[in-house]
Design a protein around this ligand. Structure first.
Ligand SMILES: [Zn+2]
Ligand SMILES: [Zn+2]
Length: 276
């Protein structure tokens, strides 16, 4: 089992999450690889939860020195927010350091913070959900085509707060742009993640929906990872066996691991943890 979406203390919204605590949980639960993916946010209201650019060497050194103490494979990465116009800055930061894995995220769409309960409602107001989803996937597609990212995090994050204002979205509400975006990801070799935090957020399922995974598989995407999106060691590995099972059920035969930003396909059946 691998957990490819994990925040540690350099993400300020995970200030108490320490690498040794994650290692202890991984060793106890049979998790073989952890990819740390701290927030890197260059503009907007949430820059204060981002790792600071000048802290990146210290963060990388923390991961590398922790590796000497454990057999759990530790990878150093980022969860980078995509903003149109920031591509050159992001490219320069990503090139300047030895990262293993880069998640791309779209938490902010044309100035709206989808991860804020108050702002998310406005994103949907006065239009069909599929119109909002189209706007989301246009940005998501741009992020994919930027060439900056290995895998796109929580591919239907836009639905995070729908249930708070009494709405729900099925696959029919995902709009028309999503398929083009998935085809683009397949062409560019950019992957998608199954992120189990959706269950903790109360949406009742992982990000993304099962039908999204099926569409991704049909579009030819072969790069998939799973992640708990932990901001504390207690949730490491959360529901990941179910996430792998779901990927297998829609026809994926491999999961993808990364090192030095190069990918390796690993048979999906080798990912299940043995009953303990
Ligand atoms: Zn995220
Ligand atoms: Zn995250």
């Amino acid at each position: 089992m691998i957990d490819y979406h994990v925040h540690e203390r350099h993400s300020r919204d995970a200030a108490t999450a320490l690498i040794p605590d994650y290692i202890a949980v991984a060793e106890a639960q049979g998790i073989k690889e952890i990819a740390f993916t701290n927030h890197f946010i260059t503009i907007g209201p949430d820059v204060d939860i981002s790792i600071k650019e000048e802290e990146i060497p210290e963060y990388l050194a923390d991961v590398r020195s922790a590796q000497d103490e454990t057999k759990v494979k530790l990878l150093a990465g980022l969860e980078v927010d995509y903003f149109p116009g920031q591509e050159r800055r992001l490219e320069s930061v990503l090139r300047s350091h030895d990262f293993d894995f880069i998640l791309g995220s779209t938490h902010y769409i044309n100035g709206v913070d989808i991860g804020s309960r108050t702002q998310a409602e406005g994103f949907f107001q006065g239009r069909a959900i599929r119109k909002a989803a189209d706007e989301y996937y246009m940005m998501w597609k741009r992020a994919i085509e930027s060439g900056l990212f290995d895998v796109m995090a929580h591919p239907d994050y836009w639905r995070k707060y729908l249930h708070f204002f009494g709405k729900n979205a099925g696959w029919g509400d995902y709009g028309s742009v999503v398929i083009e975006a998935l085809e683009s990801a397949a062409k560019e070799g950019v992957g998608i993640e199954v992120n189990t935090a959706g269950v903790r957020a109360g949406t009742g399922h992982f990000y993304p929906l099962q039908e999204f995974l099926l569409a991704a598989q049909e579009a030819g995407i072969d790069t998939v990872t799973v992640g708990s999106d932990s901001h504390t060691a207690g949730t490491l590995g959360d529901h990941l066996d179910e996430a792998v099972k779901q990927l297998k059920s829609v026809g994926f035969t491999n999961l993808t691991t990364f090192e030095d930003r190069k990918k390796t396909l690993v048979p999906i059946d080798s990912m299940f943890r043995r009953a303990r």
